[in-house]
Design a protein around this ligand. Structure first.
Ligand code: NAP
Length: 237
């Protein structure tokens, strides 16, 4: 299997949670790492914690000029991982939807990924990869949350479309179940238990367990347009 030794890996969303774990694991696998996120202090602290010469650069994926400047600063690279996400209020029953306000909820996770792919494509290696991040609610719709499901689907659709359009660069997505990042831990133990107790693996995943899927997709040189689920078996129940 291809190694990450000597490759350059860029993780947008690497200040915390799953993105940070992907960056740290890439570094341990021998990659040179660049992490990006919107808050300077947070991303610089993350780069320092990763160590090994990791760079932390600010980028706001809601702004194409900011994304273009980020990639201009980085130069050529091999693999791009996108875990940026905000936690805007997407849980709203259809009857009560504020449609205009809802459009903004796709700015980071969907349109951010589109801007990043557009600005990265001239600099990513032909043997390189892009890995996006979606969520299990794409496949487990809940009452009162149609936009959460729709939004999660846009990620998987984008990965498939980009895989055709950007080939031979490979593009895939990781579909996450409940993963105990700092943001998820803030939900509290009882809510986490409520979401996970009926799973074949009845607990939240760790960020390190999630990171394994991203490392696999970076290395898997014959895999493109696919979605890897890291969900404790949630898609079976
Ligand atoms: N954890 C889960 O259970 C789970 C489940 C399903 C899907 N997901 C999705 O997976 C992704 C990662 O989840 P996580 O739990 O690791 O979340 P997280 O810790 O909140 O990570 C999100 C990252 O995105 C960055 N970010 C936010 N807005 C940004 C912007 N405008 N431009 C650039 N970076 C921005 C944040 O850093 P700054 O604040 O510095 O910008 C942060 O580092 C998210 O998209 C989340 O929705 C997570």
């Amino acid at each position: 299997m291809a190694k990450l030794d000597g490759t350059k890996v860029v993780v947008i969303g690497g200040a915390s949670g799953v993105g940070f774990a992907v960056a740290a694991a890439s570094r341990e696998s021998g990659a040179q790492v660049v992490v990006g996120s919107s808050q300077k202090a947070r991303i610089e602290a993350a780069a320092a914690r990763i160590g090994g010469g990791a760079r932390g650069l600010t980028v706001d994926v809601r702004d194409e000029t900011s994304v273009a400047a980020f990639f201009a600063e980085i130069g050529a690279f091999d693999h791009l991982v996108f875990t940026a996400g905000d936690w805007g209020r997407m849980f709203s029953p259809t009857r009560e939807l504020d449609v205009e306000a809802s459009k903004a909820l796709l700015e980071v996770r969907f349109w951010g990924a589109v801007r990043v792919a557009k600005c990265a494509v001239g600099q990513i290696a032909k043997e390189g990869s892009i890995t996006l991040t979606g969520g299990m609610l794409a496949h487990r719709p809940q009452p009162g949350a149609p936009l959460v499901t729709a939004s999660a689907h846009t990620t998987e659709g984008l990965a498939m479309g980009l895989a055709r359009d950007l080939a031979p660069v490979r593009v895939n997505a990781v579909c996450l179940g409940l993963i105990s990042s700092e943001a998820v831990q803030a939900m509290g133990e009882s809510m986490i238990r409520q979401f996970t107790s009926g799973l074949p693996l009845p607990r939240a995943g760790t960020v390190e367990e999630a990171a394994e899927a991203y490392l696999y997709l970076m290395r898997a040189a014959y895999v493109t347009g696919q979605v890897v689920r890291v969900d404790g078996g949630g898609s079976l129940v």
